[in-house]
Ligand binder design. Sequence first.
Ligand SMILES: [Zn+2]
Length: 108
Amino acid sequence: MAGLHIKRGDTVTVVSGKERGKRGKVLLVFPARGRVIVEKVNMIKKHQRPTQKLRQGGIIEREGSLHLSTVMVICPKCDRPARTGVQLLAEGKKVRVCKRCSEIVDKA
Ligand SMILES: [Zn+2]
């Protein structure tokens, strides 16, 4: 399997489904499940039962996971969803680059 194209901290946009067009920062990646949690995207209401820690039960809102195939990294230069490729730097480090403009998508 090729490496994941999405990493924690990426700014991504949703490209399909009801959340299409929304942007946010990747908070969590679940590689085994092929899913990601994106900040403020796909908010779901969840019934929270009272617990020892949280005495007050009720409805809480939190991010629901999205399938990896429905999100794409936003290229900081194009400011558009970008297909990414991998480029090997001189130091032997691999970085993801935008296939459109070759801008490095990874943050240092
Ligand atoms: Zn680009």
